[in-house]
Design a protein around this ligand. Structure first.
Ligand SMILES: C[S@@+](CC[C@H](N)C(=O)[O-])C[C@H]1O[C@@H](n2cnc3c(N)ncnc32)[C@H](O)[C@@H]1O
Ligand SMILES: [Zn+2]
Length: 377
């Protein structure tokens, strides 16, 4: 026996999978389920049942179905339900079988590694919500190319925004699987954290809704020399082939999801319901406040390419906003920046800022020589 406490439940995790580092994922899952008012939920890969138990107790889910293919896990879930005085149905099936047999308001996939083999059945089973965790970040982000292509029928390209690339490749497969079931999708929250990607999708029945979500699919064309990129909308879009700036042959990533990654009204409802977890609150707020456009620039890499010293990222965001652009930080990376400025416009602004900071510094040093303090950069 290995008793642990998480949120408002105490659970035996002895002999089954348990990852304490996934607490943030489960904390956010509870807040999202509560904000969405979910009453019926399939936790298709339950292990100890920890997630589902917390959803019953902390999010008020009334009709919880636990499932795990392992009989040891199924037995433990029964015991953990009794231990907490809670009720739910426990199944011991291959998740694909269960999801082909039955429909649920919300379906949650948290398998080992890739969710790809389960997305078809889950797309059929999920009537209103589909939540997915993927821990196969190397194939998703382009580090294991062949496996990424096999699992996601898409080609990732290794780039400075690889974390967002992985997210959009995963969402791209989800959109296509749902479309095959005549369903559209709307991402409510998507985050890439540590070694995994997590997405909360609303599924919207109807062939027309499937068409609308497929319109948000496309490709990302990318220049390996200058690092510039541009999105190509549509599954049958045509690539330029060469970079108009440096004439280098471009690389093509996709097909991937180019649409929004979140819906702020839902996040505003979910954030107050987060358990007392500073990291979950910080992450959700970062996601809410980030610009919802593909992709992000890595500020430090950009400065290295330009041979200049980076200014503070907040200062760069403000400078872009003062110049009439939209700009924000991103949860994907501490040095990441999202903006609607083009790569050239961003580079020009950075070079301008650098020379201004350089000038200010020189002035500051002159003042230091005469006893004054250095200006803040
Ligand atoms: C990553 S763990 C789930 C962790 C759990 N959601 C949590 O938050 O603690 C994956 C679980 O899926 C189960 N599993 C693996 N393949 C399965 C399948 N095809 N159908 C159902 N369960 C499966 C494993 O026995 C394991 O307990
Ligand atoms: Zn180029």
């Amino acid at each position: 026996m290995n008793l642990i406490t998480e949120g408002a439940v105490g659970v035996d995790v002895g002999g089954v999978f348990y990852n304490p580092r996934m607490r943030l994922n489960r904390d956010i899952g509870v807040a999202m389920a509560r904000a969405l008012g979910i009453v019926e939920y399939l936790d298709a890969f339950s292990a100890s049942g920890l997630r589902g138990l917390r959803l019953i107790r902390e999010a008020g889910v009334e009709d919880m179905t636990f499932n795990d293919v392992s009989p040891t896990a199924a037995r433990l879930i029964e015991e953990n339900l009794a231990r907490n005085g809670l009720q739910g149905e426990v199944c011991c099936k291959n998740a694909n079988v269960l999801m082909h047999e039955r429909r649920f308001q919300a379906v949650d996939l948290d398998p080992f590694g890739t969710p790809s083999p389960f997305l078809a059945a889950a797309s059929r089973s999920a009537e209103e919500y589909l939540f997915v965790t993927a821990t196969d970040t190397a194939p998703l982000c382009g580090a294991h190319l062949a496996s990424g292509i096999r699992k996601y029928m898409a080609r990732p390209v290794k780039a400075e925004h690889h974390r967002e690339m992985g997210v959009r490749i995963l969402l791209g497969l989800a959109a296509r699987e749902l479309a095959r079931m005549d369903k559209g999708m709307e991402p409510l929250l998507t985050h890439a954290t540590e070694h995994y990607v997590r997405t909360y999708l609303r599924t919207i029945p109807g062939a027309r809704n499937a068409d609308i979500s497929l319109e948000k699919m496309g490709y990302l064309e990318q220049c390996p020399r200058c690092g510039g990129w541009w999105a190509l909308s549509g599954l049958a879009s045509e690539a330029k082939g060469t970079c108009s700036r440096c004439k280098e042959r471009t690389l093509l990533a996709g097909p991937l999801w180019l649409g929004p990654l979140k819906r702020n009204e839902v996040l505003d409802r979910a954030i107050p319901g987060l358990p007392e977890s500073a990291s979950a609150i910080r992450l959700m707020k970062l996601c809410r406040d980030e610009l919802d456009c593909p992709m992000y620039h890595d500020h430090h890499r950009l400065c290295r390419r330009l041979g200049i010293a980076p200014v503070r990222l907040d200062r760069l965001v403000l400078a872009l906003q003062d110049s009439g652009f939209r700009a924000s930080r991103t949860h994907f990376s501490g040095t990441g920046l999202k903006t609607n400025a083009s790569r050239e416009e961003l580079e020009d602004l950075l070079v301008g800022l650098e020379s201004k900071v350089g000038g200010d510094l020189q002035k500051g040093q002159d003042r230091v020589a005469s006893g004054a303090r250095l200006p803040e950069t």
